[in-house]
Design a protein around this ligand. Structure first.
Ligand SMILES: [Zn+2]
Length: 441
């Protein structure tokens, strides 16, 4: 058993709306199976047995969950800069992605996983092609991943075969990885405007049969509404997807920028989770998602970086801050949407979004030991005036990947003082470099 003594323990345990109280001089015990055995104030901890190895850390907290990403797009990072999303997809992304091999996807996922782990992200939700390559790379990196291979139907996108075959492959992939502790598999459709009614219906039916979550982009750009209404006989995207059964099971909708109160009502009554991607939405000038309205409606909410081609960085500290800033610009109220809410959306709230609330996103007995430690000597986290300290604010406003001293996934240490322990990062950069150049030709 491993025992972690820390200056402050942030468990993120507790229901939405509660602000978790940090525990000074905390302790976490992790069993050999990678799960937390005990967690709380060190003074209350059980006696250490002979087999216990003790470690000391600064601020110990759950590692972060990136709830919407297309990580292998690191190979396309920087391409199509400045284009609006529709031109960026049709003129740059989809033509290049049509040249991708499984080896490219694997190389992109490995480099992106190294970046995410170093940034304190222990789990991601991925919508991308070549699901087997994605899963293998995530497993190699020692990272937790919900892989959701996605269907796109567009003349500019020619990588994948017919969608019925793709749906069969998603179910087969889920079965292949069923025994893995790190890899889960769901289904994805790119969006209501880019996938046919027949395909969306088939995905809804197969996902329900197989008990797999469905991941989809929703209302990212203002122009999508007219395109969806033309296909749907006049329905807005949420009502259309509900009518096709896509929200019957576990559904994860990314972006949710252009949602009306009626749309939010549809998401609330179908218990559809939304992943807020504030940096991507800002970079593409997509708009500012109504995050506080979605909170008020009781939606399960998380935060995602989106793909590294949409928004260069895979850094949830930056996302949390951008989420707060944009929500406050939208409301004109500095009390809107605080750091504790943003931090919940990258930890316990994100675990609820992916249906893993019982074992991820919190530090509590029975949960996986997916944790990170922030260094007590990080300058940006100081000074601390005890009488007025708000630790969660300090973590969100002043924290950064540079403050991270260690990251663990399922109890296994994967990052030590910025160094990723699970793979050769220099080799991953070289590999990605060669492949990115070929795709750009
Ligand atoms: Zn996306």
């Amino acid at each position: 058993m491993e025992r972690y003594l820390c200056d402050v323990l942030v468990t993120m345990d507790g229901p939405a709306g509660d602000v978790p109280v940090p525990i000074p001089d905390g302790m976490v015990d992790v069993g050999d199976d990678g799960r937390i055995v005990w967690c709380g104030p060190a003074a209350d901890a059980p006696e250490a047995g002979a087999d216990v190895t003790t470690h000391t850390t600064g601020i110990l907290m759950p590692s972060l969950i990136n709830a919407h990403c297309h990580t292998p797009m690191v190979l396309l990072r920087g391409a199509g800069e400045g284009l609006p999303v529709d031109r960026w997809l049709h003129e740059v992304m989809w033509p290049r992605e049509s040249k991708l091999t499984p080896g490219d996807v694997r190389a992109g996922m490995l480099l992106g996983a190294a970046e995410m782990l170093a940034n304190g992200i222990g789990a991601s939700v991925e919508m991308y092609f070549a699901g087997q390559a994605m899963a293998e790379a995530a497993e190699q990196a020692g990272m937790r991943c919900l892989v959701t291979p996605g269907v796109i139907e567009d003349p500019d996108f020619t990588l994948t075969g017919p969608w019925p075959d793709q749906i069969d492959e998603m179910v087969a992939l889920r079965d292949r990885w069923a025994a893995s502790d790190l890899i889960d598999v769901g289904m994805a459709a790119h969006a209501a405007y880019s996938v046919s009614r027949e395909c969306l219906t088939a995905i809804a039916e197969r996902a329900a049969d197989a008990g797999m979550p469905v991941h989809i982009h929703l209302a990212e750009q203002q122009w999508e509404d007219a395109a969806v209404r033309e296909r749907s006989g006049g329905l807005a995207a949420p009502e259309y997807l509900e009518s096709l059964g896509l929200f019957d099971g576990d559904a994860i909708a990314a972006h949710g920028v252009w949602l009306t109160p009626d749309d939010i009502e549809v998401l609330a009554r179908t218990d559809t989770a939304v992943v807020h991607c504030p940096c991507s939405n800002a970079k593409h000038a997509s708009g500012v998602a109504p995050v506080t309205e979605m909170q008020t409606a009781g939606l399960r909410l998380a935060i995602g970086t989106d793909g590294p081609a949409s928004h260069h960085r895979l850094d949830l500290f930056e996302e949390m801050r951008t989420a707060i800033r944009t929500a406050r610009i939208r409301s004109g109220d500095a009390q809107t949407f605080g750091p504790a809410e943003a931090l919940r959306m990258t930890t316990a709230g994100a675990a609820e979004v992916i249906g893993r609330a019982d074992e991820l996103g919190r530090l509590a007995p029975g949960c996986w030991a997916d944790m990170m430690a922030l260094s007590p000597s990080e300058p940006a986290l100081h000074p601390v005036v005890a009488s007025e300290d708000d630790l969660l604010s300090r973590i969100v406003w002043s924290g950064s990947p540079g403050a991270i001293s260690a990251v663990w996934v399922a109890g296994r240490k994967v990052v030590d003082h910025g160094r990723v322990l699970t793979l050769d990062v220099a080799e991953a950069i070289d590999e990605a470099q060669t492949r990115a150049r070929r795709l750009a030709e």
